[in-house]
Design a protein around this ligand. Structure first.
Ligand code: DAH
Length: 337
């Protein structure tokens, strides 16, 4: 009886294990034959009740049955596992490629790059200075009187009594002149800070680019020529412009430059507040007091300087009406440029 059962269990096992199986089914097969209630285990139970004479031979074949099944299951398990490993490392070359999302330069970077390249073609190098600046460079060396309102806590982020976040990039002019003798011709881009209420027109942090040219016999006519050449390249070739008298402590005389509103071509619209004109920058001839501060002889040298906001410049060029949008990093805005 038991001998027959051994043969049939082995046959069944062969059938079970030859079908197409995965690791889960293999485990079910193992339980079916070798588990606590498994077919082989039960046969060992039955062995207990066979006669003494038959026991050794039947015991032997039962052991061999168990060993065969065990080793077959181990072998199948190894095969299946290595197959799985192979599948994992398989690369399907027919799959479509993954689309790479490429970013682009921020509009402010693009605008600054354009400004830089125009001034580079006019002979200006580009130099940067520190954002954390001393009161001396930001105000004093630039001829700001002690009681000038810009020196108030309300307009400037003071870090300590003598240090502040620079309110303009003009202090870099002083740093350059301290280091180099004329001729000096450079632009100075960078980040600046002002303690202002945030609105669509002003932000607590923005960017400026200043410029300076010092040599013997530099005239206001050259200042105009340079800035008009810049504006024509940057805004439009056929623009009209005007220089209005203005005041800055570090230039004398000082002026502001306006161009015809590119949107309405001077007819008057919302952007130019119906004046037909847009103010694009401040400028002037370097004040002799500034030359004295850096050790230049004002009798021998003259120079011009100018400064503009990069956000403002981009806003004018692209018709952007809210400065905050530059810092929101909203894809819908960034993607347009
Ligand atoms: N620093 C000035 C400002 O922040 C802008 C400026 C005006 C810079 C005239 C200059 C200049 O270099 O000559 O409003």
């Amino acid at each position: 009886m038991l001998a027959k059962k051994i043969v049939s269990v082995l046959e069944n096992f062969r059938k079970d294990s030859s079908a197409s199986i995965d690791l889960k089914i293999l485990e079910e097969i193992r339980i079916k034959y070798l588990g606590r209630n498994g077919l082989v285990t039960n046969l060992f139970e039955e062995l207990k009740s066979v006669s003494k004479e038959e026991k050794p031979a039947l015991g032997k074949s039962l052991n061999s049955l168990r060993d065969q099944i065990t080793s077959k299951i181990t072998e199948l398990k190894q095969n299946l596992t290595s197959l799985l490993e192979k599948e994992k490392s398989h690369i399907d070359l027919s799959l479509p490629g993954r689309h790479k999302q490429l970013g682009s330069n921020h509009l402010l970077t693009q605008t600054l790059n354009e400004i830089k390249s125009i001034f580079r073609s006019l002979g200006f190098s580009s130099i940067e200075g520190p954002e954390l600046e001393s009161d001396y460079y930001n105000f004093e060396a630039l001829n700001f009187p002690k009681d000038h309102p810009a020196r108030d806590m309300q307009d400037t982020f003071f870090i300590s009594k003598d240090f502040l976040l620079r309110t303009h990039t003009t202090p870099v002019q002083v740093r350059i002149m301290e280091k180099h003798q004329p001729p000096v011709r450079a632009i100075m881009p960078g980040r600046v800070y002002r303690n202002e209420a945030v609105s669509s027109r002003s932000y607590c942090m923005f960017h400026q680019v200043d410029g300076i040219y010092v040599d013997t016999d530099v005239t206001f006519a050259e200042l105009k020529g340079t800035l008009v050449a810049f504006a024509k390249q940057f805004y439009m070739e056929d623009l009209k412009y005007r220089f209005r008298p203005s005041f800055f402590p570090f230039t004398e005389p000082s002026a502001e430059m306006d161009i015809t509103c590119y949107l309405c071509h001077g007819k008057g619209c919302k952007v130019c507040k119906y004046s037909g004109w847009l103010e694009i920058l401040g400028c002037g001839m370097v004040d002799p007091n500034v030359f004295k501060m850096v050790g230049y002889d004002p009798e021998k040298y003259s120079g011009y300087a100018f400064g503009m906001g990069i956000e403002r410049t981009a806003m004018l060029k692209y018709g952007i009406t809210d400065i905050r949008i530059f810092f929101d990093n909203d894809f819908r805005f960034l993607k347009q440029f």
